[in-house]
Design a binder for this molecule. Sequence first.
Ligand code: AGP
Length: 610
Amino acid sequence: MCGIIGYVGTRDVVPVLIGGLKKLEYRGYDSAGIAVVNGQGVEVVRAEGKLNNLEAKLSDKPLKGTFGMGHTRWATHGKPNENNAHPHRDCTGQVVVIHNGIIENFLPLKQQLQQAGHEFKTETDTEVVAHLIEEKLKGGAKFVDAVKKTLKELEGHYALVMIDGTEPGTIVAAKHGPPLVIGLGENENIIASDVAPLLAYTRNIIYLEDGEYAVANQKSVKVFDQNDRAVERPPKKIMWDAVMAEKEGYRHYMLKEIHEQPRAVRDTFNGRMFEESGEIYFNDLEFSPEEWSKFERVHIVACGTSWHAGLVGKFLLEEAARIPIEVDYGSEYRYRNPIVDEHTLVIGVTQSGETADTIAGMQEAKAKGAKLITICNVIGAAATRMSDGVIYTNAGPEIGVASTKAFTTQLTALYLLSLYIRQLRGEDREDLRYAMHEMRVLPHKLETILKKERQIEDLAHRYYKSQDFLFLGRGVHYPIALEGALKLKEISYIHAEGYPAGEMKHGPIALIDENMPVVAIATHTPVYDKVMSNLQEAKARDGKLILICDEGDEAAKKMADDVIEIPWTIEPLQPILAVVPTQLLAYHIALRRGCDVDQPRNLAKSVTVE
Ligand code: AGP
């Protein structure tokens, strides 16, 4: 995610932009920039790193004007440096663009524009938009028409704010995926990624819908649909305070991030899955079939929630690669003198890319000659800098200490990697297309589950006083049992254990009585019948059964005290769906117990020490 803002009015625009970017910084903070249009034309100042680096530059080179835009970046394409920082411009320097999202077809568009003589200065997908508008302007179109024509050529997800220095006072904004809201002020209008930056100026807000674009100047804002028909959109009165606004109205970052998962998963597979050709493409990872065939084993090294993702990865990658896949805690791996050589591929899974134990494990493997891949959510993080290849999870900043969207995007990245391996091993493209389609439709299924939050909240209110929980799962769902238990214990401080369902009879069943809620994932996998008989054992001891099962599973409904039904999907993708009810259950139990959900006691978001 990135934070974008545009302003046209009578105020000194730089404080408006900087103040707004500060309220958007939680959306991304690896670089920032602003553009101001005044009598001197378009002036752009950008800086790598935190927003205060940009402020320092602006104090040396103050910009003056009442019309401009600003951007704080969470890089997806192109390293987080000054050159790739937004705003981006066309060859003339007059067309200026800021962007949140991913332009999926930027590569072919960039090649066409380069053949037409356009000089590109950055590695970003965004720069393509500025040059496309320039191309339309050259053809005689007015600025707004040039933008309309450009939007029709873009594929992917984008929130865009665009201006033309030769037509000062007009801002065009377009939305297709990521959010864009417009604040209607007195003799001023302000556009941003979310409400937070607007509240200092107005509470009258218009939300753009997908496919719409808006043309704003000092006096008016006009909204149009994708067929260029005017849209009447009465403003909403927003009564949030600024802090609530940064959470977009959610009570906690964790809840916001749980609800962001459909977008985060989509942003992780977008630009990497191409159903037409049946191909998987990673822009920061490449193996030839020969290079891949030399690997004899894979080690996945991670901690905490990321280690649970690695356990799911074992199932996905062993099925695809048919070589041994080991999964180990970083803190264990680094000291057990692992058997590693040049035929070993080590995959570090880490949201922050800074976890000391994971990095140490990767360093140990590198020293022994292994090839390294990192699955990471922070571009340029330490783990990525030491790796031969990276798969970024485009989840956007995860602020809540309890990891949620990072986990489901890690599973998405591992799934894409398993398809990539199948592609390298020459698997039939038709099978790969089917596997891609199931991923493509997964965000809608996540939305379906999120709509059950109220039901899960009621469940939480019935069980929040329990002193112990048991989470059970089997096969691909065993890691989800572990993850559900970790989520609950780390934010509600209730003792919770995750166990393979088949292991119950080897000890844990002694724990079960009427005070022990048992949360089990019982969707239709090849071991479904085994899981159901394991659960019968729990039931026979008066355990309280909460089942996460397929929609319409009458047997599960009959056996359980409570069921949370989730949509069907193929087995490799079921963990991404099944984990969401456990996230919401943990959240609402912790909330009911009055715990600090976003900053649980004793924990840190990234454990950068041993
Ligand atoms: C998960 O909710 C925790 N915050 C923690 O287990 C976390 O997953 C672990 O510390 C690993 O962090 P990383 O993904 O940034 O490496």
